[in-house]
Design a protein around this ligand. Structure first.
Ligand SMILES: Nc1ncnc2c1ncn2[C@@H]1O[C@H](COP(=O)(O)OP(=O)(O)OP(=O)(O)O)[C@@H](O)[C@H]1O
Ligand SMILES: [Mg+2]
Ligand SMILES: [Mg+2]
Length: 542
Protein backbone atom coordinates (compact mmCIF):
# COMPACT_ATOMS: atom_id res chain seq x y z
CA UNK A 1 0.00 0.00 0.00
CA UNK A 2 1.19 3.52 -0.75
CA UNK A 3 1.69 5.75 2.20
CA UNK A 4 1.59 9.46 1.56
CA UNK A 5 4.40 10.98 3.56
CA UNK A 6 4.42 14.59 4.55
CA UNK A 7 7.66 16.50 4.14
CA UNK A 8 8.67 18.78 6.93
CA UNK A 9 12.24 19.58 6.05
CA UNK A 10 13.03 22.84 7.69
CA UNK A 11 15.37 24.47 5.17
CA UNK A 12 14.17 22.94 2.00
CA UNK A 13 14.83 25.32 -0.92
CA UNK A 14 12.13 26.13 -3.46
CA UNK A 15 12.78 26.69 -7.19
CA UNK A 16 12.62 30.45 -6.67
CA UNK A 17 15.40 30.35 -4.08
CA UNK A 18 17.28 27.44 -5.57
CA UNK A 19 20.68 26.38 -4.33
CA UNK A 20 22.56 23.12 -4.44
CA UNK A 21 22.83 21.31 -1.13
CA UNK A 22 26.41 20.22 -0.38
CA UNK A 23 25.40 16.73 0.73
CA UNK A 24 23.55 16.11 -2.56
CA UNK A 25 26.04 16.28 -5.40
CA UNK A 26 24.58 17.12 -8.79
CA UNK A 27 25.98 15.37 -11.84
CA UNK A 28 24.78 16.32 -15.33
CA UNK A 29 25.57 15.39 -18.90
CA UNK A 30 24.06 16.99 -22.00
CA UNK A 31 22.95 15.63 -25.34
CA UNK A 32 22.67 18.50 -27.80
CA UNK A 33 21.07 18.10 -31.20
CA UNK A 34 22.09 20.75 -33.72
CA UNK A 35 20.47 21.26 -37.12
CA UNK A 36 23.11 21.90 -39.73
CA UNK A 37 22.50 24.80 -42.07
CA UNK A 38 23.42 22.93 -45.25
CA UNK A 39 21.68 23.82 -48.50
CA UNK A 40 20.19 20.36 -48.92
CA UNK A 41 19.04 17.61 -46.64
CA UNK A 42 21.34 14.88 -45.36
CA UNK A 43 20.41 12.15 -47.81
CA UNK A 44 18.37 13.91 -50.53
CA UNK A 45 18.51 17.01 -52.69
CA UNK A 46 15.47 18.59 -50.99
CA UNK A 47 15.97 22.12 -49.74
CA UNK A 48 16.91 22.23 -46.08
CA UNK A 49 14.59 24.92 -44.72
CA UNK A 50 12.44 23.49 -41.94
CA UNK A 51 11.82 26.75 -40.16
CA UNK A 52 10.78 29.18 -42.89
CA UNK A 53 8.64 26.61 -44.64
CA UNK A 54 6.54 25.92 -41.53
CA UNK A 55 3.50 27.47 -43.24
CA UNK A 56 3.96 25.26 -46.30
CA UNK A 57 3.93 21.74 -44.88
CA UNK A 58 5.54 19.03 -46.98
CA UNK A 59 6.97 21.57 -49.44
CA UNK A 60 10.56 20.34 -49.23
CA UNK A 61 10.09 16.62 -49.60
CA UNK A 62 11.61 14.21 -52.06
CA UNK A 63 10.63 10.60 -52.62
CA UNK A 64 13.35 9.57 -50.18
CA UNK A 65 12.18 11.98 -47.48
CA UNK A 66 8.71 10.46 -47.53
CA UNK A 67 10.27 6.96 -47.64
CA UNK A 68 8.78 5.82 -50.90
CA UNK A 69 9.84 2.18 -51.34
CA UNK A 70 12.81 1.77 -53.64
CA UNK A 71 14.35 5.17 -52.89
CA UNK A 72 17.86 5.25 -51.49
CA UNK A 73 19.93 7.72 -49.47
CA UNK A 74 22.83 9.65 -50.96
CA UNK A 75 25.14 11.35 -48.45
CA UNK A 76 25.43 15.17 -48.57
CA UNK A 77 29.14 15.96 -48.17
CA UNK A 78 28.44 19.47 -46.99
CA UNK A 79 27.06 17.93 -43.79
CA UNK A 80 30.29 15.95 -43.39
CA UNK A 81 32.31 19.14 -43.82
CA UNK A 82 30.22 20.94 -41.18
CA UNK A 83 30.57 17.99 -38.80
CA UNK A 84 34.34 18.04 -39.33
CA UNK A 85 34.47 21.74 -38.45
CA UNK A 86 32.49 21.20 -35.27
CA UNK A 87 34.60 18.20 -34.31
CA UNK A 88 37.78 20.26 -34.73
CA UNK A 89 36.36 23.22 -32.80
CA UNK A 90 35.45 20.84 -29.95
CA UNK A 91 38.95 19.36 -29.96
CA UNK A 92 37.62 15.93 -30.90
CA UNK A 93 39.37 13.03 -32.50
CA UNK A 94 37.78 12.68 -35.96
CA UNK A 95 37.03 9.10 -36.92
CA UNK A 96 38.40 8.62 -40.43
CA UNK A 97 36.19 5.58 -40.92
CA UNK A 98 32.71 6.02 -39.48
CA UNK A 99 29.42 4.46 -40.46
CA UNK A 100 25.66 4.97 -40.45
CA UNK A 101 23.31 2.75 -38.48
CA UNK A 102 19.56 2.36 -38.31
CA UNK A 103 17.77 3.11 -35.03
CA UNK A 104 14.34 1.54 -35.28
CA UNK A 105 11.19 2.92 -33.80
CA UNK A 106 7.76 3.48 -35.21
CA UNK A 107 6.29 6.95 -35.34
CA UNK A 108 4.16 8.88 -37.83
CA UNK A 109 6.74 11.59 -38.46
CA UNK A 110 9.44 8.96 -39.06
CA UNK A 111 8.27 7.40 -42.35
CA UNK A 112 11.26 5.07 -42.83
CA UNK A 113 10.45 3.27 -39.57
CA UNK A 114 14.00 3.99 -38.44
CA UNK A 115 16.29 6.95 -37.99
CA UNK A 116 19.63 6.92 -39.77
CA UNK A 117 22.22 7.76 -37.13
CA UNK A 118 25.70 6.68 -36.09
CA UNK A 119 25.71 4.18 -33.25
CA UNK A 120 28.53 1.68 -33.60
CA UNK A 121 31.16 3.97 -35.04
CA UNK A 122 30.38 7.69 -34.55
CA UNK A 123 31.96 10.53 -36.50
CA UNK A 124 34.13 11.95 -33.72
CA UNK A 125 34.88 11.41 -30.04
CA UNK A 126 37.07 12.39 -27.06
CA UNK A 127 36.77 16.14 -27.33
CA UNK A 128 36.54 18.92 -24.80
CA UNK A 129 35.39 22.51 -24.51
CA UNK A 130 37.03 24.57 -21.76
CA UNK A 131 34.97 27.07 -19.75
CA UNK A 132 36.63 30.03 -18.01
CA UNK A 133 35.50 32.24 -15.18
CA UNK A 134 36.63 35.41 -16.98
CA UNK A 135 35.14 34.66 -20.34
CA UNK A 136 32.17 32.44 -19.55
CA UNK A 137 31.21 33.59 -16.08
CA UNK A 138 31.46 30.26 -14.25
CA UNK A 139 32.29 30.11 -10.55
CA UNK A 140 35.55 28.16 -10.96
CA UNK A 141 38.66 29.62 -12.61
CA UNK A 142 38.27 27.07 -15.37
CA UNK A 143 36.43 23.85 -16.03
CA UNK A 144 36.86 21.40 -18.86
CA UNK A 145 33.72 19.78 -20.23
CA UNK A 146 34.57 16.56 -22.03
CA UNK A 147 32.77 15.65 -25.21
CA UNK A 148 32.11 11.94 -25.41
CA UNK A 149 31.11 11.85 -29.05
CA UNK A 150 29.59 13.52 -32.10
CA UNK A 151 27.33 11.64 -34.43
CA UNK A 152 25.71 12.67 -37.71
CA UNK A 153 22.04 11.78 -37.99
CA UNK A 154 18.80 12.80 -39.68
CA UNK A 155 15.99 14.80 -38.13
CA UNK A 156 12.43 13.53 -38.04
CA UNK A 157 9.34 15.24 -39.44
CA UNK A 158 6.89 17.09 -37.22
CA UNK A 159 3.59 15.95 -35.81
CA UNK A 160 0.78 18.40 -35.20
CA UNK A 161 -1.87 17.00 -32.89
CA UNK A 162 -5.41 18.23 -33.58
CA UNK A 163 -7.09 17.05 -30.42
CA UNK A 164 -10.56 18.32 -31.27
CA UNK A 165 -10.63 16.52 -34.60
CA UNK A 166 -8.78 13.52 -33.21
CA UNK A 167 -6.23 13.58 -36.02
CA UNK A 168 -2.48 14.13 -36.25
CA UNK A 169 -1.08 16.14 -39.13
CA UNK A 170 2.37 15.26 -40.39
CA UNK A 171 4.80 17.77 -41.89
CA UNK A 172 7.91 16.22 -43.43
CA UNK A 173 9.77 19.45 -44.23
CA UNK A 174 12.11 18.66 -41.34
CA UNK A 175 12.42 14.99 -42.21
CA UNK A 176 16.01 14.28 -43.24
CA UNK A 177 17.46 17.62 -42.14
CA UNK A 178 21.06 16.95 -41.03
CA UNK A 179 21.67 16.91 -37.30
CA UNK A 180 24.69 16.46 -35.14
CA UNK A 181 24.14 14.86 -31.79
CA UNK A 182 26.84 15.96 -29.41
CA UNK A 183 27.07 14.01 -26.16
CA UNK A 184 29.06 15.33 -23.23
CA UNK A 185 30.47 13.35 -20.35
CA UNK A 186 28.57 13.88 -17.08
CA UNK A 187 30.98 16.65 -16.06
CA UNK A 188 28.57 19.41 -15.05
CA UNK A 189 28.28 20.07 -11.34
CA UNK A 190 26.17 23.20 -11.20
CA UNK A 191 23.77 25.34 -13.19
CA UNK A 192 26.32 28.04 -13.97
CA UNK A 193 28.44 25.55 -15.91
CA UNK A 194 25.43 24.32 -17.86
CA UNK A 195 24.27 27.82 -18.72
CA UNK A 196 27.79 28.82 -19.79
CA UNK A 197 28.31 25.69 -21.89
CA UNK A 198 25.06 26.07 -23.82
CA UNK A 199 25.83 29.71 -24.54
CA UNK A 200 29.37 28.93 -25.61
CA UNK A 201 28.29 26.03 -27.79
CA UNK A 202 25.57 28.15 -29.39
CA UNK A 203 28.04 30.89 -30.15
CA UNK A 204 30.51 28.36 -31.52
CA UNK A 205 28.14 26.88 -34.12
CA UNK A 206 27.20 30.40 -35.23
CA UNK A 207 30.84 31.38 -35.43
CA UNK A 208 31.56 28.33 -37.60
CA UNK A 209 28.49 29.20 -39.70
CA UNK A 210 27.20 25.65 -39.52
CA UNK A 211 23.88 26.36 -37.77
CA UNK A 212 21.64 29.27 -36.79
CA UNK A 213 22.15 28.06 -33.24
CA UNK A 214 18.66 29.17 -32.17
CA UNK A 215 16.93 27.34 -29.36
CA UNK A 216 13.55 28.99 -30.12
CA UNK A 217 13.26 27.44 -33.58
CA UNK A 218 14.55 24.08 -32.44
CA UNK A 219 17.80 24.44 -34.42
CA UNK A 220 19.45 23.47 -31.13
CA UNK A 221 17.70 21.04 -28.78
CA UNK A 222 19.16 20.12 -25.42
CA UNK A 223 18.39 16.97 -23.41
CA UNK A 224 19.69 16.94 -19.86
CA UNK A 225 20.79 13.83 -17.96
CA UNK A 226 20.92 14.30 -14.24
CA UNK A 227 21.74 12.22 -11.21
CA UNK A 228 22.42 12.83 -7.54
CA UNK A 229 24.98 11.01 -5.41
CA UNK A 230 25.35 8.20 -7.95
CA UNK A 231 21.72 7.19 -8.04
CA UNK A 232 20.29 6.31 -11.46
CA UNK A 233 20.27 9.01 -14.09
CA UNK A 234 17.09 10.71 -15.21
CA UNK A 235 16.92 12.07 -18.74
CA UNK A 236 14.95 15.29 -19.24
CA UNK A 237 13.49 15.98 -22.69
CA UNK A 238 11.30 18.64 -24.34
CA UNK A 239 13.20 21.64 -23.01
CA UNK A 240 12.51 24.44 -25.50
CA UNK A 241 14.75 27.21 -24.14
CA UNK A 242 17.46 28.01 -21.62
CA UNK A 243 15.07 28.94 -18.84
CA UNK A 244 13.16 25.66 -19.27
CA UNK A 245 16.46 23.80 -19.16
CA UNK A 246 17.51 25.48 -15.92
CA UNK A 247 14.08 25.31 -14.28
CA UNK A 248 13.65 21.66 -15.19
CA UNK A 249 17.02 20.85 -13.62
CA UNK A 250 16.12 22.76 -10.45
CA UNK A 251 12.77 21.02 -10.19
CA UNK A 252 14.25 17.62 -10.87
CA UNK A 253 17.10 18.11 -8.41
CA UNK A 254 14.66 19.06 -5.66
CA UNK A 255 12.36 16.16 -6.55
CA UNK A 256 15.23 13.66 -6.31
CA UNK A 257 16.57 15.16 -3.09
CA UNK A 258 13.13 14.71 -1.55
CA UNK A 259 13.02 11.10 -2.67
CA UNK A 260 16.43 10.43 -1.12
CA UNK A 261 15.58 12.25 2.11
CA UNK A 262 12.46 10.20 2.31
CA UNK A 263 14.37 6.97 2.01
CA UNK A 264 12.64 6.10 -1.25
CA UNK A 265 15.72 6.18 -3.51
CA UNK A 266 15.98 2.40 -3.71
CA UNK A 267 12.50 2.25 -5.06
CA UNK A 268 12.27 5.39 -7.17
CA UNK A 269 15.85 6.17 -8.22
CA UNK A 270 17.32 2.78 -8.95
CA UNK A 271 16.45 2.61 -12.66
CA UNK A 272 17.06 5.24 -15.31
CA UNK A 273 13.97 7.00 -16.57
CA UNK A 274 13.02 9.61 -19.11
CA UNK A 275 10.96 12.61 -18.04
CA UNK A 276 9.42 15.56 -19.88
CA UNK A 277 8.99 19.18 -18.78
CA UNK A 278 5.48 20.60 -18.57
CA UNK A 279 6.58 24.16 -17.92
CA UNK A 280 6.27 23.80 -14.17
CA UNK A 281 7.16 20.21 -13.34
CA UNK A 282 8.83 17.10 -14.75
CA UNK A 283 6.65 14.09 -15.59
CA UNK A 284 7.64 10.53 -16.29
CA UNK A 285 7.55 9.62 -19.99
CA UNK A 286 9.03 6.17 -19.73
CA UNK A 287 11.01 4.00 -17.37
CA UNK A 288 13.10 0.89 -17.61
CA UNK A 289 10.09 -1.33 -18.20
CA UNK A 290 9.15 0.54 -21.39
CA UNK A 291 12.71 1.12 -22.67
CA UNK A 292 12.64 0.95 -26.44
CA UNK A 293 14.76 -1.72 -28.08
CA UNK A 294 16.02 0.19 -31.08
CA UNK A 295 17.47 -2.89 -32.80
CA UNK A 296 20.46 -0.90 -34.04
CA UNK A 297 22.02 -2.28 -37.21
CA UNK A 298 24.42 -0.90 -39.83
CA UNK A 299 22.66 0.79 -42.75
CA UNK A 300 23.59 -1.36 -45.72
CA UNK A 301 22.48 1.29 -48.21
CA UNK A 302 25.12 3.77 -47.13
CA UNK A 303 28.84 3.21 -47.62
CA UNK A 304 31.14 3.98 -44.69
CA UNK A 305 32.37 7.60 -44.46
CA UNK A 306 36.07 7.22 -45.22
CA UNK A 307 38.13 10.37 -44.90
CA UNK A 308 41.64 10.86 -46.25
CA UNK A 309 44.19 11.34 -43.49
CA UNK A 310 44.89 14.99 -44.41
CA UNK A 311 41.24 16.07 -44.45
CA UNK A 312 41.22 17.24 -40.84
CA UNK A 313 44.30 19.41 -41.26
CA UNK A 314 42.98 20.84 -44.54
CA UNK A 315 39.64 21.78 -42.99
CA UNK A 316 41.35 23.21 -39.92
CA UNK A 317 43.23 25.66 -42.14
CA UNK A 318 39.99 27.07 -43.56
CA UNK A 319 38.52 27.74 -40.13
CA UNK A 320 38.38 31.11 -38.38
CA UNK A 321 40.23 31.45 -35.07
CA UNK A 322 38.12 30.29 -32.14
CA UNK A 323 35.92 32.83 -30.32
CA UNK A 324 38.11 32.46 -27.20
CA UNK A 325 41.20 33.25 -29.25
CA UNK A 326 39.62 36.34 -30.82
CA UNK A 327 38.53 37.53 -27.37
CA UNK A 328 42.03 37.06 -26.02
CA UNK A 329 43.48 39.00 -28.94
CA UNK A 330 41.14 41.91 -28.33
CA UNK A 331 41.89 42.17 -24.62
CA UNK A 332 45.67 42.08 -25.26
CA UNK A 333 48.10 44.51 -26.89
CA UNK A 334 47.58 46.65 -28.86
CA UNK A 335 43.80 46.74 -28.39
CA UNK A 336 43.50 46.17 -24.66
CA UNK A 337 39.72 46.22 -24.70
CA UNK A 338 37.78 45.45 -21.57
CA UNK A 339 36.29 41.97 -21.60
CA UNK A 340 32.82 43.48 -21.81
CA UNK A 341 33.66 45.53 -24.91
CA UNK A 342 35.58 42.66 -26.49
CA UNK A 343 32.52 40.46 -26.09
CA UNK A 344 30.40 42.98 -27.96
CA UNK A 345 32.78 42.56 -30.91
CA UNK A 346 32.87 38.77 -30.66
CA UNK A 347 29.51 37.46 -29.63
CA UNK A 348 26.03 37.46 -30.99
CA UNK A 349 23.89 39.13 -28.41
CA UNK A 350 20.15 39.24 -28.33
CA UNK A 351 19.99 43.00 -28.02
CA UNK A 352 21.71 43.87 -31.29
CA UNK A 353 18.62 43.11 -33.37
CA UNK A 354 18.95 43.87 -37.04
CA UNK A 355 21.42 46.74 -36.62
CA UNK A 356 24.65 44.80 -37.00
CA UNK A 357 26.24 41.43 -36.71
CA UNK A 358 29.32 41.08 -34.60
CA UNK A 359 31.55 40.12 -37.50
CA UNK A 360 31.00 43.32 -39.48
CA UNK A 361 31.27 45.33 -36.28
CA UNK A 362 34.53 43.62 -35.39
CA UNK A 363 35.90 44.29 -38.87
CA UNK A 364 34.83 47.93 -38.75
CA UNK A 365 36.40 48.31 -35.32
CA UNK A 366 39.70 46.70 -36.28
CA UNK A 367 40.02 48.63 -39.56
CA UNK A 368 39.23 51.92 -37.86
CA UNK A 369 41.55 51.14 -34.97
CA UNK A 370 44.49 50.43 -37.28
CA UNK A 371 43.85 53.45 -39.45
CA UNK A 372 43.65 55.66 -36.34
CA UNK A 373 46.60 54.05 -34.55
CA UNK A 374 48.74 54.50 -37.65
CA UNK A 375 48.16 58.23 -37.61
CA UNK A 376 48.47 58.83 -33.91
CA UNK A 377 51.85 60.21 -33.14
CA UNK A 378 54.40 58.12 -31.32
CA UNK A 379 54.44 58.44 -27.59
CA UNK A 380 50.87 57.56 -26.81
CA UNK A 381 50.68 54.55 -24.54
CA UNK A 382 49.13 51.46 -26.07
CA UNK A 383 46.37 51.20 -23.49
CA UNK A 384 45.14 54.63 -24.52
CA UNK A 385 45.00 53.76 -28.17
CA UNK A 386 41.71 51.95 -27.96
CA UNK A 387 40.00 54.61 -25.87
CA UNK A 388 38.65 56.70 -28.72
CA UNK A 389 37.81 53.85 -31.13
CA UNK A 390 36.00 52.07 -28.29
CA UNK A 391 34.07 55.06 -27.01
CA UNK A 392 33.10 56.26 -30.45
CA UNK A 393 32.31 52.93 -32.13
CA UNK A 394 31.06 50.58 -29.45
CA UNK A 395 29.24 53.19 -27.43
CA UNK A 396 28.40 56.25 -29.53
CA UNK A 397 28.04 54.86 -33.04
CA UNK A 398 26.06 51.77 -32.03
CA UNK A 399 23.79 53.91 -29.86
CA UNK A 400 23.12 56.30 -32.76
CA UNK A 401 22.48 53.49 -35.22
CA UNK A 402 19.94 52.01 -32.83
CA UNK A 403 18.23 55.35 -32.36
CA UNK A 404 18.09 55.90 -36.12
CA UNK A 405 17.24 52.27 -36.86
CA UNK A 406 20.05 52.31 -39.37
CA UNK A 407 21.97 49.06 -39.99
CA UNK A 408 25.77 49.27 -39.77
CA UNK A 409 26.17 47.52 -43.12
CA UNK A 410 24.36 50.42 -44.85
CA UNK A 411 26.65 53.16 -43.60
CA UNK A 412 30.05 51.48 -43.91
CA UNK A 413 30.04 51.87 -47.69
CA UNK A 414 30.19 55.65 -47.22
CA UNK A 415 31.45 56.09 -43.68
CA UNK A 416 34.49 53.92 -44.27
CA UNK A 417 36.85 53.00 -41.42
CA UNK A 418 39.43 55.42 -42.81
CA UNK A 419 36.94 58.30 -42.70
CA UNK A 420 35.84 57.32 -39.21
CA UNK A 421 39.50 57.39 -38.22
CA UNK A 422 39.68 60.98 -39.62
CA UNK A 423 36.86 61.83 -37.28
CA UNK A 424 38.67 60.23 -34.33
CA UNK A 425 41.79 62.24 -35.19
CA UNK A 426 39.81 65.48 -34.92
CA UNK A 427 38.80 64.52 -31.40
CA UNK A 428 42.26 63.22 -30.61
CA UNK A 429 43.79 66.55 -31.64
CA UNK A 430 41.15 68.54 -29.75
CA UNK A 431 39.88 70.07 -32.97
CA UNK A 432 36.36 69.53 -31.69
CA UNK A 433 35.01 68.80 -28.26
CA UNK A 434 33.40 65.51 -27.36
CA UNK A 435 30.02 67.20 -27.09
CA UNK A 436 30.29 68.70 -30.59
CA UNK A 437 31.59 65.38 -31.89
CA UNK A 438 28.47 63.62 -30.65
CA UNK A 439 26.18 66.09 -32.36
CA UNK A 440 28.22 65.99 -35.55
CA UNK A 441 28.29 62.21 -35.75
CA UNK A 442 24.56 62.00 -35.19
CA UNK A 443 23.99 64.65 -37.85
CA UNK A 444 26.13 62.76 -40.36
CA UNK A 445 24.35 59.46 -39.67
CA UNK A 446 20.94 61.10 -39.88
CA UNK A 447 21.84 62.66 -43.21
CA UNK A 448 23.08 59.28 -44.43
CA UNK A 449 19.77 57.76 -43.50
CA UNK A 450 17.80 60.53 -45.20
CA UNK A 451 19.81 60.23 -48.42
CA UNK A 452 19.55 56.45 -48.24
CA UNK A 453 23.33 56.18 -47.73
CA UNK A 454 24.12 57.41 -51.21
CA UNK A 455 27.37 55.65 -52.10
CA UNK A 456 28.54 58.66 -54.16
CA UNK A 457 28.47 60.88 -51.11
CA UNK A 458 31.75 61.48 -49.39
CA UNK A 459 32.03 62.67 -45.84
CA UNK A 460 34.63 65.23 -44.97
CA UNK A 461 34.51 65.80 -41.23
CA UNK A 462 37.18 68.47 -41.39
CA UNK A 463 35.09 70.70 -43.67
CA UNK A 464 31.93 69.94 -41.75
CA UNK A 465 33.33 71.32 -38.53
CA UNK A 466 34.13 74.57 -40.31
CA UNK A 467 30.73 74.64 -41.93
CA UNK A 468 29.06 74.29 -38.52
CA UNK A 469 31.64 76.51 -36.89
CA UNK A 470 32.35 74.07 -34.08
CA UNK A 471 36.12 73.95 -34.24
CA UNK A 472 37.63 74.22 -30.77
CA UNK A 473 39.33 77.48 -30.00
CA UNK A 474 42.69 76.30 -28.79
CA UNK A 475 44.40 79.59 -28.45
CA UNK A 476 42.16 82.15 -26.95
CA UNK A 477 43.48 85.42 -25.71
CA UNK A 478 43.56 85.38 -21.87
CA UNK A 479 41.98 88.81 -21.59
CA UNK A 480 39.18 87.89 -23.96
CA UNK A 481 38.42 84.73 -21.98
CA UNK A 482 38.44 86.60 -18.67
CA UNK A 483 35.91 89.02 -20.13
CA UNK A 484 33.64 86.13 -21.08
CA UNK A 485 33.97 84.71 -17.53
CA UNK A 486 33.20 88.07 -15.99
CA UNK A 487 30.09 88.29 -18.16
CA UNK A 488 28.93 84.86 -16.98
CA UNK A 489 29.49 85.72 -13.31
CA UNK A 490 27.40 88.86 -13.70
CA UNK A 491 24.64 87.12 -15.57
CA UNK A 492 24.23 84.55 -12.81
CA UNK A 493 23.15 87.18 -10.31
CA UNK A 494 23.94 85.05 -7.27
CA UNK A 495 26.45 86.89 -5.21
CA UNK A 496 26.41 84.40 -2.35
CA UNK A 497 27.29 81.50 -4.61
CA UNK A 498 30.09 83.46 -6.25
CA UNK A 499 31.48 84.44 -2.84
CA UNK A 500 31.28 80.83 -1.63
CA UNK A 501 33.20 79.66 -4.65
CA UNK A 502 35.83 82.36 -4.29
CA UNK A 503 36.31 81.65 -0.58
CA UNK A 504 36.56 77.91 -1.14
CA UNK A 505 33.37 77.11 0.79
CA UNK A 506 31.78 75.63 -2.31
CA UNK A 507 34.78 74.61 -4.37
CA UNK A 508 32.77 72.17 -6.47
CA UNK A 509 30.40 74.81 -7.73
CA UNK A 510 33.12 76.12 -9.99
CA UNK A 511 32.03 73.28 -12.24
CA UNK A 512 28.71 75.03 -12.59
CA UNK A 513 30.44 78.15 -13.86
CA UNK A 514 32.58 76.12 -16.26
CA UNK A 515 29.42 74.44 -17.51
CA UNK A 516 27.89 77.84 -18.26
CA UNK A 517 31.01 78.73 -20.20
CA UNK A 518 30.94 75.51 -22.17
CA UNK A 519 27.32 76.12 -23.02
CA UNK A 520 27.97 79.65 -24.14
CA UNK A 521 30.94 78.67 -26.30
CA UNK A 522 29.16 75.53 -27.52
CA UNK A 523 32.02 73.47 -26.27
CA UNK A 524 34.57 75.19 -28.45
CA UNK A 525 36.60 76.46 -25.55
CA UNK A 526 38.11 73.81 -23.32
CA UNK A 527 36.81 73.25 -19.81
CA UNK A 528 40.32 73.51 -18.32
CA UNK A 529 40.81 76.93 -19.92
CA UNK A 530 37.51 78.10 -18.44
CA UNK A 531 38.37 76.80 -15.00
CA UNK A 532 41.71 78.54 -15.01
CA UNK A 533 40.19 81.79 -16.14
CA UNK A 534 37.31 81.72 -13.61
CA UNK A 535 39.82 81.12 -10.81
CA UNK A 536 41.80 84.10 -11.94
CA UNK A 537 38.77 86.38 -12.25
CA UNK A 538 37.48 85.36 -8.81
CA UNK A 539 40.96 85.60 -7.35
CA UNK A 540 40.62 82.10 -5.94
CA UNK A 541 43.28 81.18 -3.39
CA UNK A 542 42.38 77.51 -2.79
N1 LIG B 1 25.49 9.15 -13.77
C1 LIG B 1 25.12 10.05 -14.65
N2 LIG B 1 24.54 11.19 -14.23
C2 LIG B 1 24.15 12.13 -15.10
N3 LIG B 1 24.33 12.03 -16.42
C3 LIG B 1 24.90 10.91 -16.91
C4 LIG B 1 25.33 9.88 -16.06
N4 LIG B 1 25.88 8.92 -16.83
C5 LIG B 1 25.78 9.33 -18.09
N5 LIG B 1 25.20 10.52 -18.16
C6 LIG B 1 24.93 11.33 -19.35
O1 LIG B 1 23.90 10.70 -20.08
C7 LIG B 1 24.04 10.97 -21.46
C8 LIG B 1 23.97 9.67 -22.26
O2 LIG B 1 23.71 9.97 -23.58
P1 LIG B 1 23.82 8.91 -24.76
O3 LIG B 1 23.45 9.59 -26.00
O4 LIG B 1 25.14 8.27 -24.68
O5 LIG B 1 22.81 7.78 -24.37
P2 LIG B 1 21.23 7.72 -24.29
O6 LIG B 1 20.71 8.94 -23.66
O7 LIG B 1 20.95 6.46 -23.59
O8 LIG B 1 20.77 7.57 -25.79
P3 LIG B 1 19.75 8.42 -26.69
O9 LIG B 1 20.61 9.15 -27.64
O10 LIG B 1 18.91 7.38 -27.34
O11 LIG B 1 18.98 9.33 -25.81
C9 LIG B 1 25.34 11.68 -21.61
O12 LIG B 1 25.13 13.07 -21.75
C10 LIG B 1 26.07 11.40 -20.31
O13 LIG B 1 26.96 12.43 -19.93
MG1 LIG C 1 21.95 10.40 -27.09
MG1 LIG D 1 19.65 10.46 -24.39
Amino acid sequence: MWVFRRFNHTHFPQISEFRLLPQYKLKCGLEIHTQLDTRNKLFSMSTNDPFHSANNPNLHTSFFDIALPGTQPLLNYEAVLFATKLAIALNCRVNLDSQFDRKHYFYGDQPLGYQITQHFSPFASQGHLPLYRDIDGIAEINKNIHVAQLQIEQDTGKSLYKKSEQITLIDLNRSGVPLIEMVTEPDFQDLGQIRAFIKKYQNLVRHLKISTGDLETGAIRVDVNLSINDHARVELKNLPNTSSILNAIKYEYLRQVRIIEDGMANKLLSQPETRGWTGSSTVKLRGKETTIDYRYMPDMELPRIKLASDVVETVRKTMPPSPDKVLNTLISEPYRLSLKDAKILCLNSNGQGEMYNHEELQQFYLDTFHSYAYRVKEGIRANNLSKLPTNWIIHELLGDLNKLELPLSKITKVLKPKIFADFLMLIHNNEISGASGKLLLFHVLKTLKETNCDACASIDFDSLIDEFDIRTINQIDDGELEEICQGIIESIKNEKLINDIASGKKKNSIKFLVGQGMKLSQGRIKAQDFEKSFKKVLDVKW
